[in-house]
Design a protein around this ligand. Structure first.
Ligand code: 9MR
Ligand code: 9MR
Length: 583
């Protein structure tokens, strides 16, 4: 304890002792911990200390002492850690964690609803991605900016030409969200993003009915989450060719814009080739949106019907074009201009069929969609990604509904069992994990957009909770929220604007070009990706450490709507459930 005493004395001086290295070795959830939830921190290094203490951030007295875990070897890097479990300390306030030989942790809060701030920020992140309207200061604060691309004159690319819409025809396709750090709009990626956000609403309507994000629509008697989603939904509707129901893969520049503010460049915008994945994802989103918009018919006259008609028309097109891959390289051999923006070139569509059929079935109750659902009930379960949306369909089938559940009790039971089994598989290794997170179950968790892997694992666990009411699943989901906010091998909070040490230089054109020190807030950085496809300089290259907070790093430090959406779901779900599970 002598060490501890020395540190406490050091803390009372103005600055922390300079010789305590390394800084930020104590990895905490930088936003904080719920008063009565499990609370864990990890300290990285070769650690001789065996104990830790929590001190009050203001009074600087010791309020809790605990024992560190034995040293752990991470299976995702050469890092070693010890864990500090202070779950038993259940007092609200502001604290630091101290360990002899290390600089004190950042200040963290212990409180109820401690993650409401980040849940709101992550949803607000979508507002900052809006394409065709000015972001006014009263909503956007210092990140206010003029409208980006108007997209009121978008050309039919030769790859998308039809008799009624020959190449060069101008259509209008305004609005929507920029996909990521780039300025293009992709239907496939909008699909999973919208499905995830709309599912968050369907699973936690009460929470979202009162959640405000200070957007221009905040007073219109529609939940802000839906208002935000509608901004993109209305764009998506423009991406369907009304003549045949097919959906264009994307609305895009021919090549990526430079690192400039949106709308500065005036280069032509195109819609390119229709595709099966895009059209089925579109059908799924429109079908789900139709049933969600229905009760808002007064505020949104006719929109539910429009969505449902669009979904059905898309489904019909897909039946006639069941295997149309978007192969950009191949397309570029026959059509000009060549297009080099994001491909999202999915090649297998069984999962999109299941998802679209499931959403259409639940919304309409129409048996024509049933066989397509039944065919796909026995597939392997995996957490979703832009190229694999099957799980979204499964979640929907099991969500409280009058259409499928009551008539398929046996199938539902099997599906439920499989989801729980997968959730259980994810949680079995947390005890050995060096950061005490579900994330990192496998090295392959660390891919391009690994932060969304963590968030989607969290969603799986939340669904396991919804199906079983077993609180342990929420506790485990929370470990991945902690991961995203700093209890990880990099030490960063991956959400811009949240925590003491958040990413500051995401590959996000507005954040690079706006001249403001802080990046646009509420955006989730992609996270460690040992693929390092951007060839920036990385100081660390192991699976869980291959991350660099530089704006050149689109492979580890871009932001994207399909990463923010599962984070919105995870953070909002845990906030929404926090009372029920006793946090
Ligand atoms: O900014 C682009 C980012 O959104 C993409 O994820 C990434 C991979 O497709 O490409 C980025 O654009 C880079 C381009 O591929 C190569 N020249 C530099 C561009 C900006 O860094
Ligand atoms: O998220 C996508 C990732 O799974 C792919 O490996 C990568 C390369 O094709 O592209 C990512 O998506 C990018 C898209 O192509 C363009 N906008 C930015 C997206 C995030 O980096």
């Amino acid at each position: 304890m002598k060490h501890l005493a020395t540190i406490i004395i050091a803390l009372s001086s103005v600055a922390f002792a300079q010789d305590q290295q390394p800084v930020n070795a104590i990895r905490i959830d930088q936003e904080g911990y719920y008063t009565k939830a499990p609370k864990v921190a990890a300290v990285v290094g070769n650690i001789t200390a065996t104990s830790f203490a929590i001190i009050d951030a203001n009074r600087r007295d010791t309020v809790y002492r605990g024992k560190l875990s034995p040293q752990k070897q991470s299976s995702n890097s050469s890092l070693q850690t010890k864990l500090a479990d202070f779950s038993a300390f259940q007092k609200a306030g502001s604290f630091r964690l101290i360990i002899p030989g290390f600089a004190p942790s950042y200040i963290f809060r212990i409180a109820g609803q401690v993650h409401n701030g980040s849940a709101v920020a992550l949803l607000k992140g979508f507002y900052y991605q809006r394409v065709s309207m000015p972001l006014q200061q009263q909503y956007a604060g210092k990140w206010h900016r003029p409208a980006g691309h108007p997209d009121t004159e978008v050309l039919i690319h030769p790859s998308a030409a039809t008799e009624k819409r020959p190449a060069g025809t101008a259509i209008t396709s305004p609005g929507g969200w920029y996909d990521a750090g780039d300025y293009n709009k992709y239907i496939v990626n909008s699909g999973i993003t919208m499905g995830t956000l709309l599912s968050a609403y369907e699973d936690f309507p009460q929470y979202f009915n009162t959640l405000k994000t200070n957007i221009p629509e905040s007073r219109n008697n529609i939940p802000d989450l839906l208002d935000e989603a509608l901004y993109n939904l209305r764009w998506m509707l423009t991406m369907q060719d009304p003549n045949d129901g097919g959906v264009y893969n994307k609305c895009t520049n021919a090549a990526f814009d430079g690192m400039v503010m949106p709308g500065v460049t005036k280069l032509p915008r195109y819609v390119v080739q229709k595709g099966t994945a895009a059209t089925l994802d579109f059908a799924a989103v429109m079908a789900q949106a139709a049933r969600i918009c229905k009760p808002f018919n007064k505020q949104l006259p006719g929109l539910a019907d429009t969505c449902l008609a669009a979904a059905k028309q898309a489904w019909q097109w897909a039946l006639k074009n069941p295997d149309l891959v978007y192969d950009q390289d191949k397309m570029n051999t026959t059509h000009k201009p060549a297009v080099s923006t994001g491909g999202y070139g999915d090649r297998s569509f069984n999962d999109e069929w299941l998802w679209a059929a499931a959403e259409l079935l639940i919304t309409t109750g129409d048996e024509v969609y049933e066989s397509a659902v039944n065919k796909e009930l026995n597939s392997l379960l995996t957490i979703p990604s832009w190229a694999n949306v099957r799980m979204l369909g499964y979640y929907t089938l099991l969500r409280k509904n009058k259409t499928w559940l009551p008539r398929h009790t046996a199938e539902a039971a099997t599906l439920k069992e499989k989801i729980i089994k997968l959730a259980d598989w994810y949680i079995t290794a947390v005890g050995e994990n060096a950061f005490h997170t579900v994330m990192g179950r496998q090295k392959s968790d660390f891919v391009w957009g690994s932060s969304s892997v963590a968030a989607n694992q969290g969603i799986l666990l939340i669904n396991a909770f919804l199906l079983t009411k077993d609180k342990k699943y929420v506790h485990y989901a929370l470990t991945n929220l902690d991961y995203l906010l700093g209890r990880n091998a990099t030490g960063y909070s991956f959400v811009t604007g949240i925590g003491a040490y958040p990413v500051m230089h995401p590959h996000h054109r507005p954040s690079v070009a706006d001249g403001i020190v802080e990046p646009v807030p509420g955006l989730l950085s992609g996270g460690p990706n040992p693929g390092r496809q951007d060839r920036c300089k990385y100081e660390f290259i192991e699976p869980e450490t291959a991350f660099t907070d530089q704006d050149c790093s689109y492979a580890s430090n871009e932001i994207a709507i399909n990463w923010n959406a599962p984070a919105v779901y995870l953070f909002a779900a845990i906030e929404a459930l926090s009372k029920q599970v006793g946090y």
